[in-house]
Design a binder for this molecule. Structure first.
Ligand code: CMP
Length: 141
């Protein structure tokens, strides 16, 4: 029996500024992800701080949250078997200098901070991240 899993992703402000949204969404679909929900929005510095609260003690927290509130982002709820791990594989390493050929970050990321895309890293974080951006009715599919 197939067990579908959900994950959450953000096309970050750098990728939106590069007009990479269409290409990245095409890669989700070509790699078997179903788009459950999607929206383009801007978040405030405070909202970015809440979303990335697990990184609050990190030295990059301030620049990360400045960057994530610097322009439009596109947030998506995706579904497939093994979605969390498969999305992370498709994204490539956090630092694009280490990202494999054929990954989204290899193609679109500029550096470790401006790295084009975010994806949930585990089931508990995906639940938190999906519910941060989507209401229950938007995911009731
Ligand atoms: P993301 O998957 O959105 O999760 C946290 C983000 O913090 C990460 O992608 C990077 O954009 C950023 N990040 C992680 N490590 C570093 C680092 N060493 N320096 C700057 N930014 C980082």
């Amino acid at each position: 029996m197939k067990t579908l899993q959900r994950t959450f992703t953000i096309v970050k402000p750098d990728a939106v500024r590069k007009n990479a949204v269409g290409d990245i969404i095409e890669q989700f679909e070509k790699n078997g992800f179903r788009i459950l929900a999607m929206k383009m929005l801007e978040i405030s510095k405070y909202q970015a701080e809440q979303f990335y609260a697990v990184h609050a003690a990190r030295p990059f927290f301030n620049t990360l949250t400045d960057f994530m509130s610097s322009g439009p982002i596109v947030v998506l709820a995706l579904e497939k078997e093994n979605a969390i791990a498969d999305l992370r594989k498709l994204m490539g390493a956090t630092n694009p200098a280490q990202a494999e050929e054929g990954t989204i970050r290899k193609k679109w990321a500029t550096n470790i901070e401006h790295n084009a895309i975010h994806g949930s890293d585990a089931e508990d974080t995906s639940r938190f991240e999906l519910s941060f951006f989507f209401a229950g009715y938007e995911l009731a599919k």
